[in-house]
Design a protein around this ligand. Structure first.
Ligand code: MRU
Length: 360
């Protein structure tokens, strides 16, 4: 996608220079800066601090972390240690474990001298696949928007939560890909963007949509139910960090409440995910998906720019106030109208998702 008219992918590898360039998302939406990562430790730091974030992108970035490690030491011990270190960075998005296992399975059988080159090639292949997968998600989701517009003959209002745009993937995004394509094809869409406290990923969504010229309005997290009651939302589309084979959707905290409001108001609710986001093993999403617990400071402290445009933070809670900060929640499949993947739009059921299952 483009920033100031120039095409970017979120990640650019330079194997010969032992570097991977990422967009530092902690600076967005106020500053757009690339940052070079040159070690698995730097990759781990970038994932933990959310310089790179979003399920597909952390998987791809971790794959490059393995390649950076193999440049330094391609032994079995280093391969295992790197896998474990990167896997521990964020627990909820299954794409991270998926990408690391894919790297392990390809590299472990190889002779040590061949591992580094193979690691860079495979990490790049995973990155290229991700861009292609998300483009296909965009096309499949576009059909939903086209159908809605055909019926209603007016701009289609879509509500989204968090940021599932091009910056959480290598390119295109998941939930936002259909919106970019609809806009490009002249289908009028307007996006209600949830602010998404406490990390405010909605501000990144607003930045992305503005960059692509898609009409949008930022709303406080609690506004969605009211907008739906007023008939101002035609459908909801969110991304996800993990979807179970039964169609339960684990996504950014607050998604569940939006799905409940959508259900109560007859608003279709979709999750758009690449198939590596589907966890085929877990039976019970609420019991089985590890929900990341983040620092209470994310709730206590609000970051932004001060009146002179300089980065600033403001403490809004008393230091003694107890805070709990779960980063994700689970939306049960019964509230999900469909799961959009690169393979199609599936009912959120085990039978419906069977069509998305990779051949084993
Ligand atoms: O904590 P984050 O910002 O990495 O979480 C990202 C999300 O939860 C997004 O909603 C997204 O859908 C998952 S990435 C496509």
């Amino acid at each position: 996608m483009k920033v100031d008219g120039q095409h970017y992918r979120t990640l650019r590898a330079e194997p010969a220079a032992n570097r991977v360039h990422i967009i530092d998302q902690t600076l967005l939406p106020h500053a757009f800066e690339m940052r070079a990562l040159d070690s698995p430790e730097a990759v781990a730091e970038a994932i933990v601090s959310m310089r790179v974030r979003g399920a597909p992108l952390i998987g791809v970035t971790a794959a490059f972390g393995v390649a950076l490690a193999m440049n330094r030491d391609a032994s079995d011990a280093c391969l295992l240690e790197t896998r474990d270190r990167l896997r521990a960075t964020r627990p909820t998005a299954v794409n991270l474990a998926w990408a690391l296992e894919r790297m392990m399975q390809a590299l472990a059988p190889l002779p040590v001298p061949r591992r580094a080159a193979a690691a860079w090639d495979l990490a790049q292949a995973i990155a290229d696949e991700d861009a292609a997968i998300n483009e296909a998600i965009g096309r499949n989701g576009l059909a939903l928007l086209e159908a809605e517009h055909f019926l209603k003959k007016r701009p289609i209002n879509v509500l989204t939560h968090c940021n599932a745009g091009w910056i959480v993937t290598v390119d295109w995004g998941t939930a936002l890909a259909p919106l970019y394509m609809a806009h490009d094809r002249g289908i009028p869409v307007h996006v209600w963007v949830d602010e998404t406290r406490p990390r405010n990923q909605g501000l990144l969504t607003a930045w992305e949509l503005a960059g692509h010229g898609v009409p949008h309005t930022l709303v406080a997290d609690n506004a969605g139910g009211h907008l739906m009651q007023q008939g101002l939302v035609d459908l909801c589309i969110v991304g996800a960090d993990r979807v179970t084979r039964r169609g339960d959707v684990c996504n950014k905290i607050g998604t569940y409440l939006k799905a409940l409001a959508a259900h109560d108001n007859g608003v279709p609710f979709y999750a758009a995910v690449p198939t590596p986001t589907i966890d085929w093993e877990i039976d019970d999403a609420i019991e089985g998906i590890p929900i990341e617990e983040r620092s209470g400071d994310e709730v206590r402290i609000v970051r932004g720019l001060d009146a002179s445009g300089r980065p600033a933070s403001v403490t809004i809670a008393r230091a003694s106030t107890k805070v709990v900060n779960p980063a994700f929640d689970v939306t049960p499949a019964k509230y999900v109208t469909g799961i959009v993947t690169e393979k199609g739009v599936h009912p959120a059921t085990e039978a419906g998702l069977a069509a998305a299952r990779p051949a084993s």
